[in-house]
Design a protein around this ligand. Structure first.
Ligand SMILES: C[S@@+](CC[C@H](N)C(=O)[O-])C[C@H]1O[C@@H](n2cnc3c(N)ncnc32)[C@H](O)[C@@H]1O
Length: 373
């Protein structure tokens, strides 16, 4: 069994990941081969796969490509929209309508106007005036689209360029720098990304066209997954936030403003956030309480004798290293989940996919843990 888990964790990338995986930045994604290899080795026909911390939708995209129905949940509304766009294939006819919008944009972009209703506090600090004008023009035209699936897809295209065209240094650094974007650059970037997602989705459509798949997305706090019935899912593959590592709500702030998404719910209910553990000086006990509630919910929603795969990295809270494999093992025992196996690798191993600064502390490990109900 250990060998199996280790093989998954150390899997050599054979062939390319589907291009939709890399379409939109999202911090702390896990590599696509992890859910792919787990599903290939452990899923049976008709299984429902669930990821309660779905993030950018990596698990859902792999489940759909392999022909399985899935449920993805995340507290972050951007994650929900992104997972929907990455998990659900769209019809060719609908995708071809993207060209109509792009032609319109090319013909009319010179007449762009600032739409004041899109202004929010400190927007001038984070965006150049010409960029605000072009983003407003793009947003106005996307919101006019009647088909919701197409509108959602194009909102994700808009979201994918927001940080690049803002003054925010990068997806993982929340400081303003000067970028000096010329007129039309924002529109051009949007058009290129829209063409890229169209190609990726046409391929996704071809690869999944005869498969009957149901993809559900929920925006709930994983400590209470009330919308999922008891004993409903067959496999859980998930990576909870690594404690004291990241503030997901903060780095997606501008995307959420532009997409009219609520920031507060995620900000207040995100577990393990750096805000909570660094500035508010919470103790590791708080993390344990939160993750225990999540494990209880996982136990409730998964069927008897079925597998839960958890990918989690060690953390430092109040200068103390927290060994996550030991915590998960102890907590799962306390709530009646069987600890079957676990393998660990140095955190830096997946550093290209995970947060590199977090991976740099060499003594920290990342764990793949298998639990069973
Ligand atoms: C490590 S990321 C998951 C990344 C995902 N595996 C991927 O490949 O994109 C952890 C996720 O947990 C979410 N999260 C944090 N607190 C949550 C909560 N209380 N309930 C549900 N999701 C939460 C964050 O928004 C983030 O998307």
């Amino acid at each position: 069994m250990g060998n199996n888990l280790l093989e998954i964790f150390n899997h050599e990338r054979k062939g390319l990941d589907h291009p939709l995986h890399s379409f939109h930045a999202y911090p702390c994604k896990f590599p696509a081969f992890i859910p792919r290899e787990i599903i290939k080795r452990y899923a049976n026909k008709g299984d429902v796969i669930c990821d309660p911390f779905v993030g950018s939708g990596t698990t859902l995209l792999e489940a759909t490509l392999l022909g399985y129905s899935s449920i993805g949940n995340d507290i972050n509304p951007l994650s929900c929209l992104l997972s929907k766009v990455k998990g659900k294939p769209l019809d060719k006819k609908l995708l071809n309508k993207i060209d109509i919008l792009l032609t319109y944009l090319l013909e009319h972009y010179k007449k762009t106007d600032v739409v004041k209703e899109y202004y929010y506090k400190s927007i001038e600090h984070w965006f150049q005036e010409n960029v605000v004008r072009e983003l407003s023009f793009l947003k106005e035209n996307i919101l006019r689209i009647k088909e919701q699936d197409l509108r959602d897809l194009l909102l994700i295209v808009l979201s994918s360029i927001i940080v690049k065209v803002s003054n925010q240094e990068s997806d993982t650094r929340y400081v303003a720098i000067e970028k000096r974007l010329k007129d039309y650059e924002t529109i051009k970037m949007f058009i290129e990304k829209a063409e890229e997602i169209k190609r990726a989705h046409l391929d996704f459509f071809e690869k999944t066209k005869n498969k009957k798949i149901d993809v559900k997305i929920l925006q709930l706090d994983s400590r209470n997954l009330s919308a999922i019935k008891d004993d409903f899912v067959d496999i859980i593959i998930t990576s909870p936030p690594y404690a004291n590592t990241y503030d997901y709500y903060l780095y997606h702030k501008h995307r959420k403003y532009w997409l009219d998404m609520d920031i507060k719910f995620a900000q207040l209910n995100e577990i393990g956030s750096r805000r909570e553990f660094s500035s508010l000086k919470e103790s590791p006990k708080k993390w344990e309480e939160d993750i225990k509630k999540c494990l209880l919910e996982m136990r409730r929603i998964i069927r008897e004798h079925k597998n839960i795969f958890i990918i989690i990295g060690d953390s430092v809270i109040n200068k103390k290293i927290i060994k996550m494999d030991e915590i998960i093992k102890r907590l799962s025992g306390e709530i009646g989940l069987k600890y079957i196996d676990g393998v660990s690798v140095p955190l830096s191993r997946h550093s290209r996919a995970f947060n590199p600064s977090f991976a740099s502390a060499l003594e920290k490990k990342e764990h793949l843990i298998l639990l069973k109900k």
